[in-house]
Design a protein around this ligand. Sequence first.
Ligand code: ATP
Length: 290
Amino acid sequence: LMKPVDKISALMELYPRGMAGFKRFLDLIAQQPDVQDKDNAIDAPAFQGNIQFDDVHFQYDPEQPVLQGIDLSIKAGETVAFVGPSGAGKSTICSLIPRFYDVNHGKITIDHLDIRDVTKRSLRSQIGIVQQDVFLFTGTIRDNIAYGNLNATEEEIREAARRAHLESFIHTLPQGYETEVGERGLKLSGGQKQRIAIARTFLKNPPILILDEATSALDTESEKIIQNALNELAKNRTTLIIAHRLATIRNADRIVVVTENGIAEQGSYEELLELDGTFAKLHHIQYERV
Ligand code: ATP
C-alpha cells in the first residue's frame, strides 16, 4: 500500500494549511497518473461490502508474478485477516481493492460490480484505510481528524475523537482541538497518530475497511487502547486486516494464509491450528520467540 501513500505524503508537503489546502490536495490526488476511470464508469451505489476475487493475477513487474489465480470470497460484515511470510502478497491483495493497481487477469467485484466499472472516487470513498504510517497535515488536531469527512460537524468530529479514544488526550492539551500538529507543531507518538487515523475513519464511515497492522510494537497500554478502538471501528463493516502479529487476530471471522504459492489455508484460528500446516508453523515461531 505504500507507493500511493508516498505520493500522498509528497503532495501534503505542497499543501500544508487549512481546508482550502485540503480541497486542493484532494483535487491534486485525483489528477495523479494512476489507474484510470473508464469513459462509461458509473458511480458505485452504497456498498454492502461483499468482496469477490475471481482468478486474480497481478504483477508489478512482468518478470515477477506476485498473485497467480487468487479466488476469495468475503461476505459483507466479515473480518478477514491475512497472514503469511513477508513478501507473500498480503498488502498487494488489499491494495487491489481500492484500485491502487488493476489486476492483470481475472476480476474483483464488490456486491457483484466489477470495480473497474465504477469511478475511483465512488469506490475509494467507501473504503477506509488505516495504515501503520499515519501522515499528519500541518494544521490543528481538528483539521487532521476532519480530513476523514470535510463536511463533518463539530459534534461529529468530537464523537469520532471519543470513539478513537483520543478525547482524554486532547483534553490534556492547553489548546485542545486547536493544537497545531505535524511538522511545525506538537509531535505525536505513533499510538496517538494511529488514533487520529482511526478517528478520521470513524468520520468517513466506510462499509469496507483495510487495516494495515503496525509491525513496530507500541507499549502495552497504548496497544490495548488502539486494539479496542479498531475492534469498535471494524463493527458492521467488511474488514480486511494485513496482520503481522497473531495475537491481534484471534477473533477474526476468518484467517487467510498467503504464501508465495497463493492462498495456502483459510479458516478460524482454532481450525488452522488443528490443521497443523503453515499457520500452525507461524504460530509456533511467533510464540516460541515470545
Ligand atoms: P509484508 O508482510 O512484508 O508486508 P506482504 O505479504 O504484504 O509482505 P507485499 O507487500 O504484497 O507482501 O509484496 C509482495 C511482492 O510484491 C514482494 O515481492 C514485494 O517486493 C513486491 N512489491 C510490493 N509492492 C511493490 C511495488 N510497489 N512495486 C514493485 N514490487 C512490489
